[in-house]
Design a protein around this ligand. Sequence first.
Ligand SMILES: CC(C)(COP(=O)(O)OP(=O)(O)OC[C@H]1O[C@@H](n2cnc3c(N)ncnc32)[C@H](O)[C@@H]1OP(=O)(O)O)[C@@H](O)C(=O)NCCC(=O)NCCS
Length: 217
Amino acid sequence: MNKCIKRIVMKLGKTLTKMPLLNSFRGKIKFKNKSGLLIKCKIKSKGNGNEIIIGNNCVFKRCSFTLLGNNCKVLFDDNVFAQNAAFFIEDDNGIIRVGSDTSFAGKIHIACTEGAKIIIGRDCLFSSEITIRNGDSHSIFNINSDERINFAKDVIICDHIWVGNRAMINKGVLISSNSIVGNGAIVTNQFTEMNVVLAGVPARIVKRGVNWNAKRN
Ligand SMILES: CC(C)(COP(=O)(O)OP(=O)(O)OC[C@H]1O[C@@H](n2cnc3c(N)ncnc32)[C@H](O)[C@@H]1OP(=O)(O)O)[C@@H](O)C(=O)NCCC(=O)NCCS
């Protein structure tokens, strides 16, 4: 057992027994207290200075955290719930930040590249089979100038956003608070207006002046 894994044992106490797939993790994982749970999660880090910081009362079931760069950070505020979520950072200085009370109900892939950020606000609800990426993972060049045209750009999903099944959120997207993303939407633009429904391919505003809650009445 290396030093890093010893530190996780101390921080997690009993919950380590529920974490049989723990791989070697070079960097730090910090729980703000001992109330967090990692159940059947995989953690992989290659590089230096990587951190996963988890707030109070967070629960992660069958999630993976992959940090393949240096000085990458995955940060969760309090009461985050995720199952079957993959948090993936390639390249240096990437940041994935998730606000308090946000839930990832089903399979979701969050891919962060080229040192850009993915910021998710408070009280958001993500359905299943969703992809969020702040880069394209491969390069596109202008054939005349040879210049690259598709650099990664921050993704910002503000507070209280509900994202429907099979939505995809691409680089540079901004979704403003209290909004809803319809199922199957491919979101590619910045939406500065709050309280809207975004839907379609590419996603457009299909309704204004709405809000949502997680209940059915
Ligand atoms: C986004 C959603 C919540 C909006 O519901 P709503 O406010 O009742 O919207 P409406 O059904 O009145 O549709 C408004 C317009 O948007 C269009 N639209 C709605 N959802 C759409 C979608 N997913 N893709 C493309 N267009 C869509 C409608 O065709 C309609 O267009 P029109 O005005 O030209 O007729 C709903 O359509 C949706 O996608 N539900 C799935 C949610 C989900 O994935 N839940 C999983 C559990 S978390």
